[in-house]
Ligand binder design. Structure first.
Ligand code: DHB
Length: 394
């Protein structure tokens, strides 16, 4: 078989890349070792930057997002008995974010790709990418019927996440890895209860960070800082609600609870693989970088990568111009490092260090007071949170 772009991974990065390429008449094959049911069922992130929402609209994926997504013009930062609002519209030139679950973005992408007759292959095994430094890299995989496929490509896009096969196919000597783990994790729940807040609450508390997000008028999404090796079995529903109530407590405000229908523990890590290209293999999304979830940058980085990659591949494969492909990694890594810093900064400011270092606690509280009282500091948070326009990173 032959295709222009072999895409490993049918998450948001791989599917969106295939959609953007198709809009320019470039064909692709997308393979994933998971089932279609699995990729649309997982509860993941939920905040789209201004530019990510715009890009999805331009890719023909805006209809349901604009109907069901909720525009948020700010967040609350809570600490030391106060809850302060940051107004993004005012601070970041009118820009806002869209609360619309990654799961829903993936559902819309799968529907759009299947309706367009795209070649999406689920539940493949033994995926390999090979001959990466030739002009015709090869994507190999076995379909559930046991047939081995060799797809000769012009380019391969590794969109297969942190644990995928693409990045490990690059020789160690060709990559520099930056990696940091954090001494805490998030326990996340979805609960059938209207949100108790109009915008997201990021709360610093001596017992640990908590975040109140939402998935619509009837569903709340809440997170608690827990130990990295925390077992879900140690957290019956009542313990989760008691802990959430303690960390969000504010006179005159109440957290409504309801049935929990999804729960998971997310580890926290910062990771960057550089460069994001080896020969004719281009990495995008979590395959190349991971941020801790605080600030909701992971999905947005994946969207930004594939926007840059699609443009580069159109220039390369349609016009024979390699300039943007050659600039791909540098262009992406500028945004990646900005988001890596922002996510690390938000994480460090809002989480309780397990060693209970009192000096550090005072520094965090000072930073929170500064961020909510100085317009300059509030603007720093706001413009990073709503995201920068593509490539506009100085
Ligand atoms: C959500 C996740 C985040 O990491 C964040 O910073 C804000 C919201 C969410 O899942 O809704």
């Amino acid at each position: 078989m032959r295709t222009q772009v072999g895409i490993v991974g049918a998450g948001p990065a791989g599917l969106l890349l295939s959609q953007l390429l198709a809009l320019h008449g470039i064909d692709s094959v997308v393979v994933d070792d998971r089932s279609q049911e699995h990729i649309v069922a997982r509860a993941r992130a939920g905040v789209l930057e201004h530019g990510s929402a715009e890009l999805l609209r331009r890719a023909g994926l805006g209809a349901r997002m604009d109907r069901e997504g909720i525009v948020h013009g700010g967040i609350y930062l809570q600490y030391d008995g106060v809850r302060e609002h940051l107004d993004f519209r005012d601070l970041a030139g009118g820009r806002t974010v869209m609360v619309y679950a990654q799961t829903e973005v993936v559902k819309d992408l799968v529907a759009a790709r299947l309706a367009a007759g795209a070649n999406l292959v689920f539940e493949v095994r033994d995926t390999e990418v090979d001959e990466l430094t030739s002009d015709h890299p090869v994507l190999r995989y076995t379909t559930p019927d046991g047939v081995r496929h060799d797809v000769v490509c012009d380019v391969i896009a590794g969109c297969d996440g942190f644990h995928g096969v693409s990045r490990p196919s690059i020789p160690d000597r060709a990559l520099t890895i930056f990696d940091r783990t954090y001494p805490y994790a998030w326990l996340g729940i979805l609960a059938r209860v209207p949100p108790s807040t109009d915008e997201l609450i990021y709360a610093y508390h001596r017992d640990g960070f908590a975040l109140h997000s939402l998935r619509g008028p009837e569903v709340s999404r809440l997170y608690l800082q827990v130990a990295p090796d925390e077992q879900l079995s140690a957290w019956p529903d009542e313990r989760i609600w008691t802990e959430l109530r303690r960390r969000f407590a504010l006179p005159g405000w109440e957290l409504a609870d309801g049935p929990i229908f999804d729960r998971s523990v997310t580890p926290m890590r910062s990771f960057v693989a550089s460069p994001m290209r080896y020969g004719r293999l281009f990495l995008a999304g979590d395959a190349a970088h991971i941020v801790p979830p605080t600030g909701a940058k992971g999905l947005n980085l994946a969207v930004a990568d594939v926007a840059v990659l699609a443009e580069a591949l159109v220039a390369l494969l349609r016009d024979g111009n390699p300039d943007l492909a050659d600039a791909y990694s540098d262009n992406c890594l500028r945004r990646v490092w900005r988001a890596t810093h922002f996510s690390w900064w938000m994480t460090s400011m809002l989480h309780r260090a397990p060693d209970g270092d009192e000096m550090r606690e005072q520094l965090q509280l000072s930073q929170l007071r500064y961020t909510t009282s100085s317009r300059a500091a509030a603007t720093t948070l706001a413009e990073n949170y709503v995201g920068y326009p593509p490539l506009d990173l100085g």
